[in-house]
Design a protein around this ligand. Structure first.
Ligand SMILES: Cc1cc2nc3c(=O)[nH]c(=O)nc-3n(C[C@H](O)[C@H](O)[C@H](O)COP(=O)(O)OP(=O)(O)OC[C@H]3O[C@@H](n4cnc5c(N)ncnc54)[C@H](O)[C@@H]3O)c2cc1C
Length: 511
């Protein structure tokens, strides 16, 4: 850890390196505030890597009548597509209809969705005949199929966006540290004046002075609130969501399926993503919050059996290439047993000693959440008044013509730096696994410029191999360990341990 960090009187210290914390770091740094962020593991290790990968208004919230949240999300969707066109793009979804009433019912709902997006709409929804629906979704179950409705929403790669956001915050002068844990508060006359952070790699602890501390730790927010005030109430409710990843042959083409209401009242998506098919999700209330949560057997059965209802080929456990589980950080106001009923809106709380906690929300609305929490924090400690510039702030790698970079398009303007690394040595062109196009050069770029420190950082969050094909990622691990050891000057023992650590995590992504 850089020694200077303890000598600076930080304006804002942010705890948590997920969408909420890194969003806040961009907002704070781009207003000119001295900003430090600490993440105990890697950026995105928590929930922010395990989403359904949708930047969406949320058709489900429309069903629940939460028009305000839908409008806010649709506005944020448009802003994100403008500011990060290399990562956020339009995706066409089809709602297949099996009952006579579903066409008009969902058709009207989706027209309302178009209307709420107003001029920011990604495209008009249209009714499809049975034949058109089959042409777009060749493997859709045809028994009793009446037709469908096609609508538009946003799709992204959650951790690629997060890494682009991390670099944006640093481009504006922020310092963002992964593998650095927040351990406790420093107080004077019962007011927070800083905190103690720990470098997880070396075990060194450092005292940090900060005018204000923001708790953006998602599902762990109550733990930090209790470090500040033992008596604080419990706000966070965890709800687990599982996705299974299948080969694309289960749903060829480039359209997604959206089932607004399964027989037991849930929403189900089947979404093409990086050449695979992602099916999710579940909504299971849980009380424990491990960083690597495990899917429950009923959740796996729910996803497999419902995929079988809508697809001609019935997937089995053997077809699952990867399975990932995330925990929704829901900020409850009452005590509902059904977590799907808890609002996805965010909530900001300021404690008596001045801790600013931001809780709840969704990936799509991270920018608005960031603006709100930095407004609250800067007012609390009287930082110079500066308006948030993020509505028009282009994110790192911004490139309108990113598709020209083909396999590297998601890196946007960084693709040219990766190509340069690849051109330096023949071995940099090598694929890390024969079935996937990820190259050694890509990983070297992430080690040198994107703070990747472990095999998992590289295979789970800088590239997505662990999420796409867990077995292939285990096979690639020894090559990656060697690469890391050379780049970071680590020993053979470190590299052997690193492979074991990765294998243990990767097992939680295997069925
Ligand atoms: C299954 C599922 C699907 C979803 N799909 C979508 C979707 O398609 N679109 C959408 O908009 N939203 C979606 N969401 C919601 C979205 O993913 C979350 O709202 C968002 O990722 C939460 O981000 P966060 O930063 O608040 O939390 P996290 O990403 O969990 O980040 C919190 C971080 O704080 C760190 N931390 C905790 N304690 C400490 C400490 N003491 N010191 C330092 N760091 C600490 C953790 O390690 C963690 O990385 C989905 C959620 C789930 C679960």
């Amino acid at each position: 850890m850089n020694k200077d960090i303890e000598n600076i009187n930080w304006d804002v210290l942010i705890i948590g390196g997920g969408a909420t914390g890194i969003g806040a770091a961009i907002d704070s740094a781009s207003r000119g505030y001295k900003t430090l962020l600490v993440e105990q593991s890697d950026f995105g290790k928590g929930t922010s890597s395990k989403s359904t990968k949708l930047i969406h208004g949320g058709v489900r919230y429309l069903q629940q009548g939460n028009i305000g949240l839908v409008m806010e999300s649709l506005k944020e969707r448009a802003i994100l597509k403008k500011n990060a066109p290399h990562i956020v793009h339009d995706l066409e979804f089809i709602v297949p209809n099996y009952d006579w009433w579903e066409g008009p019912f969902y058709g009207i709902g989706l027209k309302l969705y178009d209307l709420l997006a107003r001029k920011e709409s990604f495209g008009d929804s249209i009714f499809l005949s049975k034949e058109e629906t089959i042409a777009y979704l060749p493997t859709i179950e045809q028994n009793n199929l009446q037709g469908g409705i096609l609508y538009h929403d946003g799709q992204f790669d959650d951790t690629r966006l997060l890494i682009s956001m991390m670099r944006t915050a640093e481009n504006h002068g922020g310092i963002l540290l992964n593998y650095t844990k927040f351990n406790g508060f420093l107080k004077k006359e019962n007011k927070i004046i800083g905190g103690v952070i720990e470098d997880i790699e070396t075990g060194t602890t450092t005292e940090i002075k900060a005018k204000v501390i923001i708790n953006a730790t998602g599902v762990y927010a109550d733990e930090i609130r209790k470090k500040d005030d033992q008596q604080s109430s419990t706000i966070m409710k965890g709800s687990q969501g599982v996705h299974i990843v299948l080969d694309k042959e289960f749903l060829p083409g480039n359209k997604a399926i959206m089932i607004p209401q399964t027989k037991d009242g849930r929403v189900l998506f089947a979404v093409p993503w990086h050449g695979k098919l992602l099916i999710g999700t579940t909504d299971t209330p849980i009380t424990k919050h491990p960083l690597d949560p495990l899917p429950q057997e009923e959740e796996i059965q729910f996803l497999l059996s419902h995929a079988a209802i809508y697809l001609t080929k019935n997937p089995t456990k053997k077809d699952i290439k990867s399975i990932f589980t995330g925990i929704r950080p829901l900020a409850s106001s009452g005590n509902p047993n059904n977590t799907s009923e808890i609002s996805r809106e965010h909530r900001i709380e300021i404690s008596n000693s001045g801790l600013v906690s931001i809780m709840g929300g969704k990936w799509t609305t991270y920018r608005k959440m960031a603006k709100d929490v930095i407004n609250a924090a800067s007012t609390l400690v009287s930082l110079p008044r500066v308006k948030s510039p993020t509505a028009t702030l282009k994110l790192h790698g911004y490139d309108k013509n990113a598709s020209l970079h083909e396999d590297l398009s998601i890196y946007g303007s960084d693709a040219s730096s990766i190509k340069k690394i690849i051109s330096e040595k023949t071995s940099h062109k090598n694929r890390i696994h024969p079935n996937y196009t990820i190259t050694v050069g890509q990983l070297l770029f992430s080690i040198r410029y994107e703070k990747a420190k472990t095999i998992e950082d590289l295979l789970a969050r800088r590239t997505r191999l662990l999420f796409l094909d867990a077995k292939a990622s285990i096979e690639a691990a020894p090559t990656i360990a060697k690469l890391l050891a050379t780049e970071l000057s680590k020993s053979v023992e470190w590299s052997d341990e690193e492979i074991k650590r990765f294998q243990a995590t990767a097992k939680t992504y295997c069925i």
